[in-house]
Each structure stands twice: as C-alpha cells, then as structure tokens.
Write a new protein. Structure first.
Length: 250
C-alpha cells in the first residue's frame, strides 16, 4: 500500500491577536483523495486557521507547506497559482456576470498572460475550456449563460466551487459551503464534495454535523484555538472529550 500523498501541511501553527491566542500550535495534514473536516464552536479558531493556510493572514509561529514547498511567506495569489483553491463563508461571485464569465475570470487569474493584450478573452482557448470544464464538474454546465445573481443560494455556492476548480487547484479549502442550504441543495453539495475528493485534498470547515460525519474521512476538533481530537469520524464521535466540549454528549 502506497503512503498517503500529503499536499498541504500546517506545522504547529499559532496566531495571536494581542493577548488573544486564536490558533494554538495546530498541526494538520491534507491528503490527496481525502476530505478533512475542521469543526468547533464559534470562536474556536477554524476560520483563522483556514485564513493562515490560504495565505490571507500570516501565522505568528509555525509553518505551512504546499506540495512540498515552504509557503509560509507566500502571498495568497502566489499560493493560488501554485495549486490552492479557496471558498469563503460569504459569496464572492460577480452577480452581473454569467456563470461562464465568472468561471472564465477565475481561469484567467490562474494563467495570467500579460503579453497577450491583443487577444480577446473570448478567444482564449485555455480559459474558455477551463471555465466550461469547471462548470461541468460543479454541476452547472446547463446554466453557463445564466446571470450569477439569478442563481439560487445553493447554485451560487456551487459556482464558487466551480470558480475554484477553474484555477486548477490540487488543494481546496472550503469555508462553510453548506451554510444556508436546504436539504436538496445540501445533498447536491455533498455529492459534489465526494466526487471532488478524487484528485484533490479538501479541507472543509462546516457547522452541519450530520453532513460532516457523512462526508469526512478525518475530522479535527478545535476548542479555544487548540486541537482536542484528530481522528476518523467514528473515533471522534465516540470521544468523551469531544462529546463534552462540542457534541453535547450525543
């Protein structure tokens, strides 16, 4: 059996805001072909952790490795170009543009071509192909011409993931993609996440515990910035520490 391929590592990551320790010596590994979920109550440090891994904010201490490279000092755009995709709690789409145009803009950001000022974006075969494939994988291939602002909430979240996919990432950091979804939209998103595991390493920050335990291969539990458990869903569910601190003993 081949050893797991670790695409993203966080080593003893710490982040302080004055006297507040938001993230306290957290280490995490994301494997290709696996979905790793981070759970915890509000204020546990989940969003701060994902912001550090994506390069949005620097750690006070610790190190981040992407595809074997130390990227701790890299900017967020540089990490994105190196293969890291990120979605946010709030929609970050262009509502007046079509689904296709949103995806194409993301693809163009991945493969910048400043020397091709003479070429129309509509004629860029790379970005148009990448946009169509990303929309197809996210389940939006029949909505390419629809204005993004007219999509349902769940479809907008799908579009955000499509925009990530258009940048050809190997690692996906997804911050509460199920927030505000109904049952049917949640099922579609979970099916998409299961499909995307193949070929990617996925970090999922999510409050929907039923969904997390259905889709995650591994779960990290954070309390007050620190990790209290990191194991399979079955082991985390059975942990007395997790039940006491987060799952309410259920």
């Amino acid at each position: 059996m081949n050893p797991p391929e670790i695409l993203l590592r966080g080593h003893a990551i710490t982040r302080r805001w004055g006297g507040l320790v938001a993230v306290d010596k957290v280490s995490i590994e994301l494997e290709r072909g696996s979905l790793h979920s981070v759970i915890g109550t509000n204020g546990a440090g989940k969003s701060t952790l994902i912001n550090i891994l994506s390069g949005e904010i620097p750690p006070s201490e610790g190190r981040v490795e992407l595809l074997g490279h130390d990227v701790t000092g890299w900017t967020q755009p540089r990490r994105a170009r190196a293969g890291l995709g990120r979605s946010y709690q709030r929609n970050t789409i262009y509502p007046s543009f079509s689904v296709f145009e949103n995806c194409r803009l993301a693809a163009q950001a991945r493969a910048r071509r400043p020397w091709a000022l003479w070429q129309s974006a509509q004629r860029c075969e790379f970005s148009t192909t990448a946009a169509r494939e990303a929309a197809r994988r996210a389940g939006l291939d029949d909505m390419l011409d629809r204005s993004a602002g007219l999509l349902s909430h769940g479809q907008k979240r799908q579009l955000e993931i499509a925009m990530c996919l258009a940048t050809a990432p190997q690692v996906l950091l997804l911050d509460e993609p199920l927030a505000g979804m109904g049952a049917e939209e949640t099922e579609r998103m979970l099916a998409l996440l299961n499909e995307l595991k193949e070929g990617h390493a996925i970090l999922l920050v999510e409050h929907d515990m039923d969904a997390v335990f259905r889709v995650a291969d591994r779960i990290t539990v954070m309390v007050n910035g620190a990790v209290i458990a990191c194991d399979t869903p079955e082991a985390v569910r059975a942990s007395p520490d997790v039940q006491a601190a987060y799952l309410g003993g259920h």
